[in-house]
Ligand binder design. Structure first.
Ligand SMILES: NC(=O)c1ccc[n+]([C@@H]2O[C@H](COP(=O)([O-])OP(=O)(O)OC[C@H]3O[C@@H](n4cnc5c(N)ncnc54)[C@H](O)[C@@H]3O)[C@@H](O)[C@H]2O)c1
Length: 334
């Protein structure tokens, strides 16, 4: 069965969505909507057989469209997705899923009622690195998790509608939700806005049961680009540097062994420092795998790992971060 996709939004990210859904065996793109004349011409030039329109309603109502991909700014996601679901279309929505958790819940309920699939474009979950890390956690290599610590910083690109948290942190929050099976209990966030009233730097701490802690640093004002995550387990620790072309993940057989717990003064701690190894990371394009997985879930009735609930979980954390930011670091319980 060929699943036909309509894509709303053809700015920076839209072309990647169009290219990937159009190149799969199980799907093809039949229509694209964008508000800008310039990008309309770009679509026409790249894909002469696609219908193009500036009216999202026209695309959403088209009988030959099975899936609507929504690749527009976050403030527009809810209305467009709601219309598409009401018209009986499956939806793939860009990250972050919606602007509020209530909107996400409404879309999830609507999709369930109509037996339709929601996918959220948490592309990063389909990268070779995250798939490898998930495997190292699930097969017990890392042992029980202690912490997740991520730095996602660079210069720009300032967004005019959302702060740095809503722009960059959805990647880390989606990973955290995917890798840590416990649900977060509280969020503490500090940050500052230096230019347009929207925070351009933020430090986010997330508490989980079983003493697991996550920290995410996002920043648009960094002179250098850093994409580095540390994950500490009881058995092994790893460093994931996404800017490394080949050796993205290094797993360290390092850790702390506590011999006795009889009182603080008798605590016997020994440090273990063993080998380091570099697991192989698959280089396939993440967005291609995400598109493939979504089409397969629609065809076979399976639930995507990046479903509406995964999107909701990220939006809940984003809302808590904003609340804590406003209160200058007060803990917000989830
Ligand atoms: N998954 C990822 O890694 C990733 C990467 C970049 C961007 N994104 C997400 O993609 C989305 C779009 O980001 P972008 O950088 O491509 O934005 P952009 O501003 O470059 O493009 C937005 C597009 O949406 C269209 N548009 C805007 N409002 C519309 C409306 N009401 N109806 C119809 N079309 C409308 C515009 O005409 C334009 O074509 C955002 O949600 C962003 O967070 C995701």
């Amino acid at each position: 069965m060929m699943i036909q996709v309509g894509v709303i939004g053809y700015g920076y990210w839209g072309p990647n969505i169009v290219r990937n859904f159009d190149s799969l065996d199980g799907s093809k793109v039949v229509a694209v909507c964008t508000l800008h004349e310039g990008s309309l011409n770009k679509v026409k030039k790249a894909y002469s057989d696609l219908r193009v329109t500036t009216k999202s309603d026209e695309l959403i109502c088209a009988p030959d469209v099975d899936v609507v991909a929504i690749v527009t700014p976050v403030v527009t996601h809810f209305e467009l997705a709601k219309k598409a679901l009401k018209m009986g279309k499956h939806v793939l929505v860009e990250k972050p899923f919606t602007y509020t958790a209530a909107q996400a819940e409404e879309l999830i309920e609507l999709a369930e009622k109509k037996n339709l699939k929601i996918g959220v474009d948490h592309t990063v979950l389909f990268t070779g690195a995250v798939r490898k890390i998930k495997q190292l956690i699930d097969d017990g290599t890392l042992g029980d998790l202690c912490y997740f610590d991520s730095m996602r910083i660079n210069l720009g690109l300032f967004q005019h509608d959302v702060n740095v948290v809503w722009d960059l942190a959805p990647h880390d929050l989606a990973i955290i939700d995917y890798l840590i099976k416990e649900k977060p209990t509280g969020v503490v966030a500090t940050g500052e806005a230096h230019f347009n009233g929207l925070e351009d730097i933020a430090y986010i701490t997330i508490y989980f049961p079983n003493n697991i802690i996550a920290h995410v640093n996002v920043n648009w004002l960094s002179p250098v680009k850093v994409r580095t995550t540390l994950i500490g387990g009881q058995k092994k620790m790893l460093v994931w540097n996404d800017l490394e072309p080949d050796e993205k993940i290094k797993v360290y057989d390092k850790g702390v062994d506590v011999k006795t717990k009889d009182g603080v003064y008798n605590l016997l701690v020994s440090y273990r420092s063993g080998d380091m190894w570099v697991p192989k990371v698959d280089q396939a394009e993440a967005l291609k795998l995400l598109a493939e997985s979504f089409i397969e879930c629609i065809s076979n009735g399976k639930t995507p790992i990046n479903d509406g609930l995964a999107g909701l979980q990220v939006v809940k954390m984003l809302e808590a971060v904003d609340k804590s930011l406003k209160r200058r670091g007060e803990i917000v319980y989830l």
